[in-house]
Design a protein around this ligand. Structure first.
Ligand code: FAD
Length: 417
């Protein structure tokens, strides 16, 4: 492959794809490019530690010398405008083309915009990139009141962070509860209660009708119920949309992201897609999903590298995710969509809680707050295809560990017999 592999996007997925190509033994050219100018960095700390600590530095995904040391041609600050699928080349914004033999699209997603009067005022912003986080950190230094539009993971993380830093924070959520359909009602209710107890105000079933400003800077958010909330900082966290336009205009199949098969291949055989932008039929639920998590970006990127090297492996990673909201570490493993039976364990009064989701007798997911042992066991149990009984769940982690160990001993024995 003379032109080698070109990767578009220097986020979690793109960087992992480049690293995995080298780890797997690929020795052709690797170009890793993206439109952000910073050395590729971890996104999760942006909504957690970075915006509250004026001294915090971005956390690089790999050290500066990693790229040259592995013969990876890192080209930050480069935007791709078009894929010329016939010529197997990329058009660079501002001029120039880059040819490829194989292309990995790791273009991620971007914040959904809110078409609202006043949303173009200074002080109104979404958080996706390090540049956004730098702006939020600066703005919050001079803000006594903040309004967060959207009670999803990122919105609530930011709400807890700003509130702990002494700002008066109001979250405005259109649905009847925070965290939407992403978690079980008991988890959402616990997060809601604890944030309120910590001083965050949460308005559910409410939207923002307009934003008002003074001298071009936001000064208030007016809700659908007519309440005027003072705000020198408004953060819009109402979800993301996949950056799939490059693929779409090149004739690659899309639909809530770029459609890929279980080897990360798009409808064009020489083009693969991974991470937030990729939509695939999930091996466990048999539904089309587009997951937004570091785990998904990392594991898909690893498999894309293996596919390019001709290893015939189907994607089978167990999905997991975490979020830190104030003093609550939420961890989720598996997908809850097909759940029809739920076992709650732990004690909300101790701020420790888990929900085990079952489909019939089959364990399909675990969500936990400050119960890391449940989460780690969940990853092992789902990875091993083991489903505990209600009694074992209720008996706690030691009983679960023993049951899993017994299952793992029995399975090889059964396979051998
Ligand atoms: P991205 O990281 O979005 O990278 C895509 C890159 O491609 C971007 O740099 C983009 O600018 C670039 N790009 C797009 N189009 C082009 C183009 N045409 N030309 C050139 N470059 C282009 N996940 C968790 O699991 N746990 C967490 O706690 C968590 N917290 C988060 C907190 C924040 C504030 C954010 C924003 C995300 C968080 N996530 C978390 C989600 C996680 O960061 C994403 O799922 C992950 O970044 C996806 O990686 P990606 O490489 O697919 O996309």
């Amino acid at each position: 492959m003379k032109n080698g592999v070109v990767i578009v996007g220097t986020g979690h997925a793109g960087v992992q794809a480049a690293a995995s190509l080298r780890e797997e033994g690929y020795d052709g050219p690797v170009i890793l490019l993206g439109d952000e100018k910073d050395l590729p960095y971890h996104k999760p700390p942006l909504s957690k530690t970075f915006i509250k600590d004026t001294e915090a530095k971005p956390q690089p995904l790999r050290g500066e010398t990693f790229y040259s040391g592995h013969n990876i041609d890192l080209r930050p600050g480069l935007r791709i405008d078009r894929i010329d699928a016939g010529a197997r080349a990329l058009d660079v914004a501002g001029g120039g083309t880059i040819p490829f033999d194989r292309l990995i699209l790791a273009t991620g997603s971007r914040p959904r915009l809110l078409p609202l009067p006043g949303s173009d005022l200074a002080g109104v912003i979404s958080l996706r990139s390090l540049d956004d986080a730098r702006i939020i950190r600066e703005l919050s230094a001079n803000a006594s009141d903040a309004v967060i539009l959207g009670g999803g993971f990122i919105g609530l993380e930011i709400a807890a962070t700003l509130s702990a830093g002494g700002r008066k924070v109001t979250v405005v959520e259109a649905a009847d509860r925070v965290l939407g359909r992403a978690v079980a009602p008991v988890i959402a209710a616990h997060v809601h209660e604890r944030l309120i107890a910590g001083g965050v105000r949460i308005l559910t079933g409410t939207t923002v009708a307009r934003l008002e400003g003074e001298n071009g800077h936001v000064s208030a958010a007016v809700t659908s119920t007519g309440e005027r909330l003072a705000a020198q900082l408004v953060i819009v966290g109402i979800g993301v949309v996949p950056n799939s336009e490059l693929a779409e205009t090149a004739g690659i199949a899309t639909g809530n992201g770029i459609r890929i098969d279980n080897r990360m291949r798009t409808s064009l055989p020489e083009v693969l897609a991974v991470g937030d932008v990729a939509n695939y039929r999930h091996w466990a639920t048999e539904t089309d999903v587009r997951l937004e998590s570091v785990q998904n970006a990392t594991d898909q990127a690893k498999l894309a590298a293996r596919t390019i090297l001709g290893r015939e492996e189907a994607y089978s990673a167990v999905p997991w995710f975490w979020s830190d909201i104030g003093d609550m570490k939420l961890q989720m493993v598996g997908l809850t969509t097909a759940g029809d039976r739920h076992i709650v364990s732990g004690d909300p009064a101790e701020n420790k809680l888990s929900v085990y989701h079952f489909c019939g007798d089959r364990l399909i997911a675990i969500e936990s707050i400050n119960r890391p042992a449940d989460h780690m066991l969940g990853r092992k149990m789902l990875g091993a295809g083991f489903s505990p009984t209600t009694e074992q769940v209720q008996a706690g982690p030691d009983a679960l560990k023993a049951a899993l160990a017994a299952h793992q001993q029995a399975v090889p024995a059964a396979a051998a017999g």
